[in-house]
Design a protein around this ligand. Structure first.
Ligand SMILES: Nc1ncnc2c1ncn2[C@@H]1O[C@H](COP(=O)(O)OP(=O)(O)OP(=O)(O)O)[C@@H](O)[C@H]1O
Length: 276
C-alpha cells in the first residue's frame, strides 16, 4: 500500500509477515526492487538463491537491522513491511504511515528472533547469562524467571552441562546451540535463521540441524531460513522461495522445487549447490 493511504484493519488471521513492494538499496546498488511476499503464521519458509540475491537483507529488514529505502519519486515510496497485521517498518501517525521510529521498533522487534552465521554470543558472559540477558533487560523478566527459562532451553539444545562455561570454551556447534536457545528465550513468534551452519566444521552441522528440527516439530513458530542445507530445507520447509537479484524467481513446496524446478536459474542454482 502507499504510505499516504490509511492503514487497513487486520481482518481475521492474515499473514504474519508481509513485504509490500519493498525497496532496499545500498548506495547505488538496488538489492530489493518492489519485493512483495507473504508468510502465514506457523509457516516454514526457506530462502535460496545465489550470493548477493538479497536473502540476508530480507532477514535484516525483519530484525530492523536495516531500513526500507524511501524512493525520491513521489509516486513511489519504498514499500512497507507488515508484521502480524500491523505496519512494522512504518508506524501510523495521524492516519498515514511514516517510517517507524526507534521506540516503535524496540517495542515490536522482540517478536522476531534471529540466529546468525557467526553465533554473535557475548564473549564476556557465561552461557547462562547469554540466554538470560535479553530476557531481563529487554523483556523485563525477573532474574529467577529468566534463569529457569534459560536452563529449560539449554536442556532442549543439549547443553544443560555447559551453563557456567564461557563461549570460547565451546565448540562452534555448541555456541550455535546457545544462540538458538537465546533466540527462543524471548518467545518470538518468528525465528530467522541465516546460514546457521555455514561457519561450522562439517561434523558439528548435524547436531545443530537436529536441534532446529526439534524446534520445528515441537513449536508452531514461524521460520524463515536461509540455508544451503537442502536436506534440512526439504524436511522442514513448507515452501521454498528462489531469489535472484532481489526478486522471487519461483516458489513452491520443497518436493516440487527440488525435483522439478521450472526456471533455468533455479535449476542452475540447485545443480551448483548439490555439487558442492
Ligand atoms: N551494509 C551493506 N552495505 C553495502 N552493501 C551491502 C550491505 N549489505 C549487503 N550489501 C550488498 O547487498 C547485496 C545483497 O546482499 P545479501 O547479503 O542480502 O545477499 P545474500 O543473498 O544473503 O547473499 P549471501 O548468500 O552471499 O549471504 C550484496 O551485493 C551485498 O554486497
Amino acid at each position: 500500500m502507499r504510505q499516504n493511504e490509511a492503514p487497513r484493519e487486520p481482518s481475521g488471521p492474515g499473514p504474519i509477515i508481509e513485504f509490500d513492494r519493498v525497496d532496499k538499496s545500498f548506495g547505488d546498488l538496488m538489492v530489493l526492487d518492489e519485493l512483495s511476499f507473504r508468510v502465514d503464521p506457523g509457516e516454514r519458509v526457506t530462502l535460496i538463491g545465489p550470493s548477493g540475491s538479497g536473502k540476508t537483507t530480507i532477514l535484516r529488514l525483519l530484525m530492523t537491522l536495516e531500513k526500507v529505502t524511501p524512493k525520491a519519486d513521489p509516486e513511489r515510496d519504498g514499500g512497507v513491511v507488515w508484521l502480524e497485521g500491523k505496519p512494522y517498518s512504518h508506524m501510523e501517525k495521524k492516519g498515514v504511515l511514516v517510517p517507524a521510529n526507534e521506540k516503535w521498533l524496540r517495542r515490536r522487534r522482540s517478536r522476531v528472533g534471529m540466529v546468525f552465521q557467526q553465533f554473535n554470543l557475548f564473549p564476556n558472559m557465561r552461557v547462562l547469562r547469554n540466554v538470560t540477558e535479553a530476557q531481563v533487560h529487554v523483556a523485563g523478566r525477573s532474574k529467577e524467571e529468566a534463569e529457569a527459562k534459560a536452563r529449560e532451553l539449554l536442556e532442549l539444545v543439549g547443553l544443560a552441562e555447559k551453563t557456567d562455561e564461557y563461549p570460547s570454551r565451546l565448540s562452534g556447534g555448541q555456541q550455535q546451540r546457545v544462540a538458538i536457545a537465546r533466540a527462543l528465550a524471548m518467545d518470538p513468534d518468528i525465528l530467522l535463521l541465516d546460514e546457521v551452519t555455514s561457519a561450522l566444521d562439517p561434523e558439528l552441522v548435524a547436531d545443530v540441524l537436529a536441534v532446529l528440527r526439534d524446534v520445528a516439530e515441537s513449536t508452531s513458530i514461524t521460520m524463515l531460513c536461509v540455508t544451503h542445507e537442502m536436506g534440512f530445507a526439504r524436511d522442514v520447509s513448507d515452501r521454498v522461495m528462489m531469489f535472484d537479484s532481489g526478486r522471487i524467481v519461483e516458489q513452491g513446496p520443497p518436493d516440487a522445487m527440488f525435483s522439478e524446478p521450472q526456471e533455468a536459474r533455479t535449476q542452475d542454482f540447485l545443480r551448483a549447490v548439490l555439487a558442492e
